[in-house]
Ligand binder design. Structure first.
Ligand SMILES: Nc1ncnc2c1ncn2[C@@H]1O[C@H](COP(=O)(O)OP(=O)(O)OP(=O)(O)O)[C@@H](O)[C@H]1O
Ligand SMILES: Nc1ncnc2c1ncn2[C@@H]1O[C@H](COP(=O)(O)OP(=O)(O)OP(=O)(O)O)[C@@H](O)[C@H]1O
Ligand SMILES: [Mg+2]
Ligand SMILES: [Mg+2]
Lengths: 251, 251
C-alpha cells in the first residue's frame, strides 16, 4: 500500500521542510510516484520547489477543487498539494466538527492513495489540529532532530503529545529519527547524537551535516540535488532516500 | 508606562525564546522589574531558566489562580508567567468567545502593569490565537531574524499577517529587527544582513553571533550571562539590552 510518512516535530527550525522536500524529490528521482503535502501556513515546501503556494489541500477537502486541479507537479513524478493561506479555513472546518475532525485529511486523501507510492507530509511547527490530522493520516513518522539541547527538550514534549494519539492508532510509530545540523567540529554534535542513539537505537538515521549549500538552494528554487549534487547535504539526503526505500543500490 | 515587547516570528528556530529570555534577564540585571510571559506550549522559556513550566497564564485568565500564585520569580527582579500544558485550554477559551477573544491576555495582564517596567512575551512558532493575543497586548514588536533565505521568506509571510492586526492597532510597530546566527565566515550572513538593513534601516540591531555557548547554556538552566559572560553571545545580548533600554552606559 501507499507509504504515508509524516515529517514532524513541534520544535521549530529543525529541518522538517528541508527534509520533507529533499526526501520527496529524492524518492521521485529514483522512480517512485510521490505526493508531497504541505500542511504549513508558511508554504515553505512550495517555496523550496520554486512552486507557487496556491492552495489546494483546503479546496480538496471542501470539494471546491477536484484532485487534478488541486495538485501541481513541480518535478517529474513529484506531485504537490500545498496548503498555504487557505489552511486557516481548513483548521476552522476541522475544529467545528463534533467528532472525527482528526480524520479530515485522511478521508480527503484516501481516494488518491492508488496514484502514489509515497505520501510525504511537511508539518508546521507547534502542535495544532493540522498536526494531529497529519498524524492520524500517516502510518510512519520521521522526526528530524537538530543536535541541540533545546531540540531534545522539544522532542520530549512532542513524544508526550504523540503518545495520546498512539492510544487511538496502534500502528503509528516513530520509524525514523533523523539527526540534522551535525557539525563534526563541535563536541555537542557527538554528545547529543549519542543521546539519540541511546534513546532510539536502530531508528536513528545517518546524520545530515550542517552544510551551507542546503540553506542556499531555496534562493534558487532548486533542490539540493539540483543545486549542489556533490555536497554533504545532497549525499546525506540520498542516504536518507536509500534508508527509507530500504534499498542501498539507489542513485 | 509599562513597555510591552512581543518577541515574535512565525518561522521556527530563529532565536525567539533565546532572545526573550536573555533580554528579560538582562533588563532585570540592570535594575528593571521584568515580567516574562511564556506563551508557547513547549514551555522552553521556563526550561531555559531552570524553572518548572507549571502553568500560570491560563489559570490567571480563568481566575483559578491569583497573580501571586500564578507568577514565579526565577531570578532577581525577573518574574515568569508560563503557559505550558494548560495553554491548550486557553486557546479553546479564546476561540469560543463571540468577540474580543484577541484581547484576552491584554485584559488579564492589565492589573499587573503597575508592578513591572517591562513585559516581554515569548511567542510560539506558527500563527494562532495566542500569537494574535500577544500582538494585541504588546505595544512593541522585536523580530529575531536568523540570516537564512527561508527565514526571509517566513518574514514576508509574517508581515502580511501583522498588517491585518495593525489596521486595528495603529501604534503597533516592528520596533526591533534582531539578526541572529550571524557567522562572519559565511558570505550569506553578510548578504542577508544587507537585505535586512535595506528593508529596515534604523530598526536593525547589531547581530547576535552564532555562538555555541548560547546553545549549551540551557543544559545547565543558566542564562548566557551566568554560563559564559565573556562570550560573543553574552556580549550580543548585553548590546541588545542597551539598545532596548536606550542606555549605552548599562553593564
Ligand atoms: N543541513 C542543513 N545545513 C544547513 N542549513 C540547513 C540544513 N537543513 C536546513 N537548513 C536551513 O535551516 C533552516 C531551517 O530549516 P527548515 O525550514 O527546513 O526547518 P523546519 O523545521 O521546517 O522549520 P519550521 O519549524 O519553521 O517549519 C532553513 O533556513 C534551512 O534552509
Ligand atoms: N546565538 C546563538 N548561537 C548558537 N545557538 C543559538 C543561538 N541562539 C539560539 N541558539 C540555539 O538555536 C536553537 C533555536 O533557538 P530558539 O529555541 O531560541 O528559537 P525559537 O525561535 O524560540 O524556536 P521555536 O520556533 O521552536 O520557538 C536553540 O537550540 C538555541 O539554543
Ligand atoms: Mg518548515
Ligand atoms: Mg521558542
Amino acid at each position: 500500500g501507499t507509504r504515508k510518512i509524516a515529517v514532524s516535530l513541534s520544535k521549530g527550525g529543525v529541518g522538517k521542510t528541508t527534509t520533507a522536500v529533499n526526501l520527496a524529490v529524492g524518492l521521485a528521482m529514483v522512480g517512485k510516484k510521490v505526493l508531497l503535502i504541505d500542511t504549513d501556513t508558511q508554504g515553505q515546501a512550495s517555496y523550496m520547489l520554486g512552486a507557487e503556494s496556491q492552495g489546494g489541500l483546503t479546496e480538496l477537502v471542501t470539494n471546491e477543487l477536484g484532485a487534478d486541479e488541486a495538485i501541481v507537479e513541480p518535478r517529474e513524478r513529484l506531485s504537490l498539494l500545498s496548503g498555504g493561506k487557505s489552511l486557516a479555513g481548513l483548521k476552522r472546518l476541522i475544529s467545528r466538527k463534533d467528532f472525527g475532525g482528526e480524520l479530515t485529511i485522511k478521508e480527503a486523501l484516501a481516494p488518491l492513495e492508488s496514484r502514489f507510492d509515497y505520501m510525504i507530509f511537511d508539518s508546521s511547527p507547534g502542535w495544532d489540529v493540522l498536526t494531529v490530522n497529519v498524524l492520524f493520516c500517516a502510518n510512519e513518522i520521521l522526526v528530524p532532530v537538530s543536535l541541540e539541547v533545546m531540540t531534545l527538550q522539544g522532542l520530549t514534549e512532542f513524544l508526550k503529545n504523540i503518545s495520546a494519539i498512539r492510544k487511538h492508532r496502534e500502528g503509528l510509530d516513530i520509524k525514523y529519527v533523523l539527526p540534522t545540523f551535525f557539525d563534526k567540529r563541535v563536541k555537542k554534535s557527538f554528545t547529543i547524537l549519542k543521546k539519540l542513539e541511546d534513546l532510539y537505537g536502530q531508528n536513528v538515521c545517518a546524520p545530515i551535516s550542517n552544510n551551507v549549500r542546503v540553506s542556499e538552494a531555496p534562493a534558487y528554487g532548486k533542490t539540493i540535488y539540483e543545486f549542489a549534487p556533490g555536497s554533504p547535504g545532497a549525499k546525506g539526503y540520498r542516504d536518507l532516500v536509500r534508508k527509507v526505500a530500504d534499498d542501498d543500490s539507489l542513485f
